[in-house]
Design a binder for this molecule. Structure first.
Ligand SMILES: Nc1ncnc2c1ncn2[C@@H]1O[C@H](COP(=O)(O)OP(=O)(O)OP(=O)(O)O)[C@@H](O)[C@H]1O
Ligand SMILES: [Mg+2]
Length: 279
């Protein structure tokens, strides 16, 4: 909090707020009402997040190919552009990534999509690991969070105590270990409040949620209603049409289906450059 307070004080000083005004603003506490913050306070919050360095080798071994652009990134850049178009058309910010069953590549798609978004310096992107039963983003990135995101959602830890930033406009909220009862946690009204608070305090242009699969547990179902739209990831030659239909129906009953990504496709043509075929 010290770093954060200092950064916000500097932002206020830069825009000429008097110390009296600055001191009269309420401290951020877990039960504080959601309010809109001054843009410079929001920038200061992003700047105060702990920066993380990432190993190229680790990213490559996790199939994270969209950090620097180039041909391997092309399918994710196409997906990003389609998602962004839908977001702007519909005023959406909270986008979930799910699949019918586990292992289809949700987390791989979510992390690549986050990096692809983040290459646009005008877009602030958050990637939130809400697959609490099988969290994997920290491991994919090779990072260790000081606190797990589920502790933020439960109101026990401030967002800045968990989030790790990569550059000025991308941050990750990950979990160091699984949560024992994710479905019950995600149903708490506190979780909606905490997400609203993060939304207000950091004003991200896109919040990507790595979700649990839809058909195996009810973990993701309680999150869907807090989202604007969802991308469904299907695994080529693994996901059946019946599973995809059921997954789409379950998602559509709760929020908007943004589209389906066919992942792990063996033959997608040279233009796609990698094993993904966003639809
Ligand atoms: N396009 C791809 N080509 C080859 N392997 C892939 C591809 N996408 C993902 N994988 C691999 O498939 C495995 C599962 O991927 P990932 O963890 O992203 O899936 P998930 O849907 O998030 O799984 P879970 O349900 O366990 O969270 C990983 O080993 C990953 O490296
Ligand atoms: Mg996953």
């Amino acid at each position: 909090m010290d770093r954060l307070s200092e950064a916000i004080s500097k932002a206020r000083a830069a825009r000429g707020d008097s110390p009296a005004q600055a001191q009269s603003l309420p401290a951020v506490t877990t039960k504080a009402p959601v309010r809109r913050w001054h843009p410079e306070d929001i920038t200061a919050r992003w700047q105060a997040l702990k920066q993380v360095s990432l190993s190229r080798r680790k990213l490559e071994s996790s199939l994270i190919v969209a950090k620097d652009g180039g041909p391997h990134s092309a399918p994710f850049d196409m997906l990003r552009t389609k998602v962004l178009h839908q977001m702007r058309t519909n005023g959406w910010r909270r986008i979930g990534i799910t699949s019918p069953l586990m292992g289809c590549g949700k987390s791989t798609v979510a992390v690549n999509l986050a990096f692809s978004f983040a290459r646009n310096p005008e877009i602030r992107t958050m990637l939130l690991d809400t697959d609490l039963r099988r969290p994997s983003i920290a491991n994919m990135l090779g990072v260790t969070p000081s606190a797990s995101f589920f502790s933020v959602l439960a109101g026990r830890v401030q967002f800045e105590g968990c989030a790790l930033a990569f550059g000025p406009n991308l941050c990750f909220a990950t979990n160091g270990r699984p949560h024992r009862s994710p479905s019950e946690l995600m149903q708490l009204s506190q979780v909606a409040d905490e997400l609203d608070r993060i939304d207000a305090e950091y004003d991200p242009d896109v919040m990507l949620f790595d979700l649990a699969p839809i058909l195996q547990t009810d973990d993701a179902l309680s999150v869907l209603q807090k989202l604007d739209a969802v991308v469904i990831v299907a695994a080529a030659e693994v996901t059946s049409v019946k599973e995809l239909d059921q997954c789409e129906a379950d998602v559509a009953a709760n929020t908007n289906v943004l589209g389906v990504v066919l992942n792990k496709a063996r033959s997608v043509g040279q233009n796609y450059g990698y094993g993904y075929a966003p639809s």
